[in-house]
Design a protein around this ligand. Structure first.
Ligand code: ADE
Length: 231
């Protein structure tokens, strides 16, 4: 790859890459700060997008247009949707969709944007393989692949998370991945989303999130580091 884009939504999610970024150059576009530099000997552009789909979408397009990012990796934390997943487990996206897109009144399935050729955005096969290999190396038995469900909602309700699992079959839920994936899809740029579980999106989610976010963010980082070493 020419330039690898690395995005996290929150400071905790980019912190460890930022600390290791060499020859750092920083610029701001549309209110978001971009750090160019070298990470594990690879040319990268790193940013904290801010929370939510619009922030992540804007940031992804800027990375592609202004920094020539030709692969994008999202790193961060998520709420587990698959009841088999535990806090700390890793999810590597195979695809993602926006669970808060709801045009069901017009007959479109939940999560489907009308008149668009795909209802989910597939992650890139090579980036999935690199992430899966990194997962096997760093956290064997705790690394999984699956569908990421994104929405502008912090999910903290057992019934809501159960419905997400039953209706959409997701592995985890967060607030940015599928918008990054959509922008990558529109620009024909490969991407993958890496998430470590900070909570189970249930009634305890806010407490777990506060307690486990840093640890989960660092676990996601460990995958990214290993992946980029192998690229
Ligand atoms: N990110 C981490 N946990 C989450 C949750 N429960 N809902 C949405 N985004 C999250």
């Amino acid at each position: 790859y020419g330039t690898i884009g690395i995005i996290g939504a929150m400071q905790e999610e980019i912190e460890l890459v930022l600390a290791r970024l060499e020859d750092r150059q920083t610029e701001k576009h549309a209110g978001i700060v971009y750090h160019r530099g070298s990470f594990q000997g690879k040319k990268v552009v790193l940013t904290r997008s801010g929370v939510g789909k619009v922030n992540a979408a804007v940031c992804t397009q800027v990375m592609i247009d202004r920094y020539g990012a030709d692969a994008i990796i999202f790193t961060g934390v998520a709420g587990a949707v698959d009841p088999q997943l535990d806090i700390g487990d890793i999810v590597i996206s195979t695809s993602s969709l926006q669970h808060d897109v709801d045009v069901t009144a017009l007959g479109f399935p939940r999560g489907t944007i009308p008149y668009q050729e795909v209802s989910e955005y597939p992650a890139d096969a090579r980036l999935i393989a690199l992430a899966a290999e990194a997962g096997q190396k760093v956290f064997p038995d705790r690394s999984h692949t699956g569908k990421v469900l994104s929405g502008d909602q912090f999910i903290a309700d057992r019934a809501v998370v159960k419905a997400l699992y039953e209706q959409l079959g997701g592995a985890c839920t967060e607030m940015e991945g599928a918008s990054v994936a959509q922008v990558c899809y529109m620009n024909d740029v490969p991407h993958v989303i890496i998430r470590s579980m900070s909570d189970k999106a249930d009634g305890s989610a806010h407490v777990n999130f506060a307690e486990f976010t840093i640890e989960a963010a660092n676990r996601s980082y460990a995958i990214v580091e290993e992946m980029i070493k192998a690229i």
